[in-house]
Design a protein around this ligand. Structure first.
Ligand code: FMN
Length: 209
């Protein structure tokens, strides 16, 4: 593996519990693939284009089978850069906290930017075809509460189903979730223990790459 794109969606830097787990994954991955380039994209500090009315117009041009040239092409330069950066990775690591049962809005904005017809999916006579398949994704998530199957809050988890759906739509179906939970609801000792468990799973997952 030559290149992994690490999409960071926690704004909390060193205080981030999600990133503590992701660092365990990346440490083990570096040991296994010392030459692997880790491309870090922080959705809070990197430029993510806004989906303004003319940018959205471009999406409909593409859906109609047209090309983006002239001023629309220029307007889309930032979108295309993000798409190319996403597609040039051999694997993806997404580090995201749960925010209001789903993902932080800046990660949603990034997904809205890159999921474009012609580039990440296309319509065919037999249905939608995802164009980003054949590679693995790891999602490291952390949550204040506990959303495991069998818990009362499990039906509130819109994060894992959403990410599986949207990335599955573009062909990324091999997704491993590593979740640290509960981070806030049961106190710091439980949180530390769950982080340790998630870190162990993260290291084990990295060894399968
Ligand atoms: C804006 C915001 C919304 C949150 N919403 C939820 C939520 O819906 N469910 C939950 O369990 N935790 C929620 N949390 C708590 C975080 O998911 C939890 O603290 C997580 O570990 C933070 O990850 P981080 O340390 O990597 O930033 C929320 C936190 C913030 C800041």
């Amino acid at each position: 593996m030559k290149r992994i794109l690490h999409v960071i969606a926690s704004p909390r830097g060193d205080a981030s519990r999600t990133l503590r787990v992701s660092r365990a994954f990346l440490g083990a991955l570096r040991e296994r693939h010392p030459a692997c380039d880790i491309d870090e994209l922080n959705v809070w500090t990197d430029e993510i284009p806004a989906l303004t009315v003319p940018v959205v117009r471009g999406k409909y041009v593409l859906m109609g089978g047209g090309d983006l040239d002239g001023p629309l092409g220029e307007l889309w330069a930032g979108v295309i850069r993000h798409i190319e950066r996403f597609l040039s990775a051999d694997a993806w690591l997404v580090s995201t906290p749960m925010w209001n049962f789903n993902i932080p809005y800046r990660l949603k904005q990034y997904i809205d930017v890159i999921v474009q017809p012609k580039y990440l999916f296309r319509y065919t006579a037999t249905g939608v075809e995802g164009l980003a398949g054949g590679r693995r994704m790891v999602v490291v998530a952390s949550r204040g509460g506990d959303y495991r199957p069998g818990t009362p809050f499990h039906p509130f988890d819109m994060q894992e189903p959403y990410l599986r759906t949207v990335f599955g739509f573009v062909g990324v179906t091999d997704i491993t979730f590593i979740v640290a939970q509960p981070m806030d609801a049961s106190g710091p000792e439980v949180a530390e223990e769950e982080i340790r468990k998630a870190q162990a799973l993260a290291r084990e997952t990295a060894l399968s790459f």
